[in-house]
Design a protein around this ligand. Structure first.
Ligand SMILES: [Zn+2]
Length: 96
């Protein structure tokens, strides 16, 4: 998947998860009623944290840089297949 498709997928996932997030907030408020157990409050907080984590993970995966191919310089992406070992001839980065 290219970057634009991943960002689109993350946006769709966020749109799908936002109503769940609203439901969780509603439940969190409802669990503040007198007589409701603390277990509901904890449960809804965990539910909200999991949803926020899923949305954040989706955006992290969408926005992180594309991994370099093994023969590309990790710093500048220069194709090093034709050059010998040693520092990158393009930017001078030391290869691991
Ligand atoms: Zn380089």
């Amino acid at each position: 998947m290219n970057r634009a498709a991943r960002i689109l997928a993350a946006a769709c996932a966020t749109l799908l998860l936002l109503p769940c997030l609203g439901f969780g907030l509603f439940g969190l408020l409802a669990s503040q009623e007198p007589g409701a157990g603390i277990g509901w409050t904890i449960g809804y907080i965990v539910f909200e944290l999991v949803l926020i984590g899923m949305i954040a993970a989706g955006w992290w995966a969408a926005l992180r840089r594309d991994p370099r191919l093994p023969w590309e310089c990790p710093s500048c992406g220069y194709d090093r297949r034709s050059s010998s070992d040693g520092p990158c001839p393009e930017c001078g980065a030391i290869m691991g």
